[in-house]
Design a protein around this ligand. Structure first.
Ligand code: FDA
Length: 491
């Protein structure tokens, strides 16, 4: 077994990991980042599009795992998209250097200030809205679609129809910023550059256009010369040593998931950025297997960010369908958050299936009135989730209200084609919480009962933030790492 001694290890290269890496490297610290997924840029393997799922489409599976229409068989490969199946909920996560930024739709939404204040009463909201949110918008290269392009482009008919129908039903719509480079998209449309968003590329990775973390935070961190990224390195368990340092048991694999080497890493400082489910798995599994100390708040205050998918079929009678050609990058949203009875936000989502399926797809984001809890089951070596229909009852009510109102004004039916009963209560893209800031950690993400362990990822957010979460995850990580460095935690 190969032994490695390094001062600082970060586990996971998503938003939390990328922010921590950049700020520590800028401060002159040497950092090793362990990522279980593949470094796609280095490997030079192209991402697959939605219509032809290939190598990048699933994490070591025999069949594709999109939310619907999985008719494709695959040769197992360390793909970008993984799905964790629980009894009442399926959770999709990104794998690879860049984490969720490789697979997500790039929607870069700043939360409503009033809700941010409600979720994080102890944070200085003014500082977040004046400093951290603008900072991460710049670092993540957030931009907005040109209104004239949106109006003229046939690939955005689904958005124009979605917005017109929402207005007719009395709902308010908003423009949604994104990290996809819209100037690039305009060139795609004019056939001046290779197509990505206009070629059904999204949840299996984008070959062009999208400013994922490997193009932003991680690239900048590598440019300092202080960062080493080891891909296809999965941390299996963590141990606490007598001198308060950590030992990590790590398995390196090839792209078919077969073990290449087992390695041991010793580090003084450890940052967990394995994503909500990855970080919880590491903490809870290590606790069960080697008595790793964790506090009683770990696993508690977990939520699906109110994710509830739904759709409408036969969006035809009044609107003439949603278009055969669709960009994969969403730019429209319906904002019903201030309705006291049915508060929700929903993305007007694309459904690029290569033909006009006359279907509108919506990913609703609701409040999470009843939180869940994550635990570890030793016999099956897997996480369990205390979560069932009672947790999503209010979300279903909101979806029902929304679809009824839309259909009444515009025609159409609830989408039985896409989902059983027309509702995808079990679809989750935004797992959050379980290691909540100020509860399981101190005010800057340092784990309680530990001197050298930090959590910086989505698990810090208490289960809900009211919009798509990566802008908030990034901003919280910036806030935490800045203060941890100021407090000389890494000196
Ligand atoms: P993140 O999950 O990004 O990264 C964790 C990394 O750790 C992964 O790369 C993983 O492989 C690695 N890892 C885990 N365990 C490990 C271990 N034991 N050893 C080594 N490495 C390990 N959000 C948004 O704001 N706008 C959007 O449009 C979308 N759209 C969207 C679509 C889809 C399909 C998904 C699945 C998700 C979204 N999201 C989204 C959600 C967003 O992508 C998500 O909230 C963030 O990526 C979470 O960031 P984290 O830093 O918490 O972890």
């Amino acid at each position: 077994v190969e032994n490695n001694d390094v001062p600082i290890v970060i586990i996971g290269s998503g938003y939390g990991g990328a922010v921590s890496a950049l700020r520590l490297c800028e401060a002159g610290k040497k950092v090793v980042l362990l990522e279980m997924g593949l470094n796609w840029e280095k490997a030079g393997i192209p991402f697959s599009n939605l219509l032809k799922p290939g190598k990048s489409s699933a994490w070591l599976k025999n069949k594709s795992i999109a939310p619907f229409m999985n008719i494709f068989s695959l040769t197992p490969f360390t793909g970008t998209l993984d799905r964790l199946d629980f009894d009442h909920i399926k959770i999709w996560v990104g794998r690879g250097v860049g984490g969720g930024s490789l697979v997500n739709g790039g929607m870069a939404v700043t939360p409503k200030e009033s809700y941010f204040r409600e979720v994080f009463p102890d944070l200085d909201a003014e500082k977040f809205y004046n400093y951290y949110f603008p900072l991460v918008q710049e670092e993540l290269k957030v931009n907005v679609i040109d209104e004239q392009f949106l109006k003229d482009c046939p690939y955005y008919k689904f958005t124009r129809v979605g917005e017109a129908e929402a207005h007719k039903a009395g709902f308010k719509t908003i423009r949604v910023p994104n990290v996809y480079d819209f100037k690039y998209m305009e060139k795609e449309f004019r056939n001046e550059v290779p197509r990505s968003a206009l070629n059904t590329e999204v949840i299996y990775g984008n070959n062009h256009g999208k400013n994922s973390l490997d193009k932003t935070y991680l690239r900048k961190a590598l440019e300092t010369g202080n960062l080493e990224i080891l891909d296809l390195h999965r941390v299996q368990t963590i141990q606490l040593n007598d001198d308060k340092s950590y030992t990590l048991n790590v398995r390196q694999t090839d792209t078919s998931g077969v073990m290449i080497a087992d390695k041991v890493f010793h580090c003084k400082k450890l940052i967990l950025s394995a994503g909500t489910m990855g970080t919880l798995q590491l903490l809870l599994q290590s606790h069960a297997e080697n008595g790793f100390p964790i506090n009683e708040k770990i696993g508690k205050n977990w939520g699906n960010n109110g994710n509830f998918m739904t759709g409408r079929n036969w969006v035809k009678p009044l609107s003439g369908g949603t278009g055969a050609k669709q960009s994969t990058i969403p730019v429209g949203g319906i904002d019903n958050w201030d309705d006291p009875e049915h508060p929700f936000f929903t993305e007007i989502a694309p459904l690029p299936m290569g033909m006009d399926v006359a279907t509108s797809l919506y990913l609703l984001i609701n409040r999470v009135d009843k939180k869940g809890e994550v635990a570890y089951h030793k016999a099956s070596q897997s996480l369990t989730l205390n979560w069932d229909e009672s947790n999503t009852a209010k979300m279903r009510e909101n979806a029902q209200y929304f679809i009824r109102k839309m259909n009444k004004a515009n025609g159409g039916t609830r989408s039985h084609l896409l989902f059983n009963n027309g509702f995808g209560a079990d679809i989750c893209y935004h797992p959050l919480g379980g290691c909540v800031l100020g509860e399981a950690t101190n005010e800057y993400g340092k784990l309680k009962d530990h001197e050298n362990l930090y959590v910086l990822d989505g698990s810090l957010i208490p289960g809900t933030i009211g919009v798509n979460p990566f802008v908030t995850i990034t901003a919280i990580a910036e806030y935490c790492i800045e203060n941890l460095i100021k407090q000389k935690e890494f000196a």
